[in-house]
Ligand binder design. Sequence first.
Ligand code: FAD
Length: 398
Amino acid sequence: MDFSLDSETEALVTRYREFVDDRLVPLEPQLLEQGIEPLLGTIADLRGEVQGLGLWGPNLPREYGGRGLDLLTHGLVSEALGRCPLGHYVFGCNAPDAGNVELLHLYANEDQKRAWLGPLARGEIRSCFGMTESDNSGANPLMLSTTAELRGDEWVINGRKWFTTGADGAALCILMAVTDPEAPPHRRASMILVPTDTPGYRLRRNTPIMGHVGKDLFSHGEIEFEDCRVPADNLLGPREEGFKLAQARLGPGRIHHCMRWLGICQRSLELMVRRADSREISPEGRKLSDSDLIRGWIAECAAEIKAARLMVLHAAWRIEHAGARAARDDVSMIKFYVAGVLQRVVDRALQVHGGLGVTDYTVLAWYYREERAARIYDGPDEVHKLSVARRLLKTLAG
Ligand SMILES: Cc1cc2nc3c(=O)[nH]c(=O)nc-3n(C[C@H](O)[C@H](O)[C@H](O)COP(=O)(O)OP(=O)(O)OC[C@H]3O[C@@H](n4cnc5c(N)ncnc54)[C@H](O)[C@@H]3O)c2cc1C
């Protein structure tokens, strides 16, 4: 087993990392103080620059202007981008657009690709993905109330979604709705493309998260469909196969999140170490880093991040070599394990910063607020643990 990186990959990862550290991290104070809106112009320019440098869309297929990196290399790049909250967006691989691009690439027909995939892949528009509903358990996607009824040559859509990330400003919503209520549970839903300027589609509000209302790409929208009509041709993929499409989208989406979280963990560890080594806690000049307790945290964080990184890269390798289905448990394991590491590392880094940690003068409070949800979205911890345990009980219990 060879863990070394070839020089080309190492140089590529360094390019991404340096761009993030040199160009994006300096924008953080403004992001944390004023939110994303005043930065949108600067970010648009940076996206153009990244495209010019040939660094756009590390995981996007080459035919759509991306670099088409394999999943392992993308994992390394994604960790570099995760070091700053702006990283993935500036490089054109942010959620939910990245997952939506993959879905359109796999299932859209030629007209749909022309209308949506091209503009989305080039970063000209944003999109959102509407599956979860406030009145139904999102952990079980078989429970949906939003309906799309085929009347003549139109789908007539009624219902509500929430936690539709990035709905604020999105041009397209990929909607999961019940199209065949009489079919067996796994075949009731289909996916439909809904342009957000369609009459009857409405963004009701952006949901406040822990005292903060995100905007634009950092928003989580509550959206409403009231007799919203789109052409029958807006069906994405086969009718009744919404769940299959959702799995195809969520599988890779989960590993992408884990890869991004590694960047957050590594950055938080670096902030923690620097603070511990500079903060004096006694008149004699004793520093936080002189405390055995703090040293223990530093070592534990480093070990947990390393374990998480190896697990993520191994899961990526399994997906590439054995396929997404065979790697289901690997993906479930990283989903809950890395989310746990993320939470512990950010929490310890914040604790080491004391009062400063809960202010918006470092990025840690942003991580703490925005990333607590890692243990909930794309399947809560418990659901992934149950699914791993179920298969282990089948194979190991004898
Ligand atoms: C920040 C954020 C962004 C999101 N973005 C999107 C998006 O873009 N599009 C979208 O459609 N959805 C999105 N979601 C929704 C997300 O996928 C759901 O929140 C998630 O699936 C959980 O569903 P729920 O919130 O309804 O919780 P519930 O299903 O009500 O579950 C609540 C809790 O119960 C426990 N639980 C659930 N099922 C079981 C079980 N079988 N056994 C044991 N315990 C269980 C878990 O601890 C879980 O956290 C987002 C959510 C968040 C927080």
